[in-house]
Write a protein that binds this ligand. Sequence first.
Ligand code: AP5
Length: 217
Amino acid sequence: MRLVLLGAPGAGKGTQGELLAREYHIPHIATGDLLRAAMAAGTPLGEEARRYVSRGELVPDEVVIGVVRERLAAPDAEHGFILDGFPRTEAQAKSLDAFLEESGRPLKLAVFLDVEPEVLMRRLSARRVCPKCGASYHLESRPPKTPEYCDACGSRLIQREDDREEVVARRLRVYQAQTEPLLDFYARRGLLVRVAGTGTPAEILARVKAAIEEGVK
Ligand code: AP5
């Protein structure tokens, strides 16, 4: 199972990626999480990434491609993976194809989570995350048990810097300009499936699993 999850900011890639990883026992590899971990650790990669992430812009291709190649070469990704937030540009998609072909394990499917813009804005403005363990919440659909505190580790939840309204608007524009064209890229290869991304996470998961079972032969 080698999957790419495509969708706008807030489409539910992280939520579904986590559920799918549990379901299929393969790693959920999210470039946003990898970059945020580097930012939190203050590494040179993190410092470079912060300049782009905080403005809602894409981190340069060569930087992200290096991070993903290294992660996909780890032993736990040998038997499959769910990529979330990568690729985001045609250069990234081509580089992923080349890398997977080289290692004899081509991509099986690209799942597009289709969600209308008003829903995306509502989801992102009410998202809260744990700065310590990375757990993600939503004030209405997935609230923490104790308001403002992480269920898993008890830390105080924060809003992601790039979930501020003006940065979200920028991320959505960047998505339309640079990432949406990938839908055609994967459709031309016969790898794209579209899944309605509204409803409860469990309903969406059931649709994604049905699409996977149909699409991955
Ligand atoms: P990244 O972290 O990948 O952000 P994103 O793609 O904008 O996606 P999000 O994390 O905002 O949303 P999601 O689709 O995962 O939705 P989620 O499940 O969390 O990237 C951040 C930044 O890093 C980029 O802007 C860029 O700067 C950089 N970057 C990353 N990858 C890069 C790359 N390849 N190249 C260059 N730069 C890169 O859900 C959102 C909220 O909705 C949550 O609160 C959740 O609980 C809630 N929710 C989810 N599903 C449902 C549902 N069904 N019903 C109700 N609420 C729901």
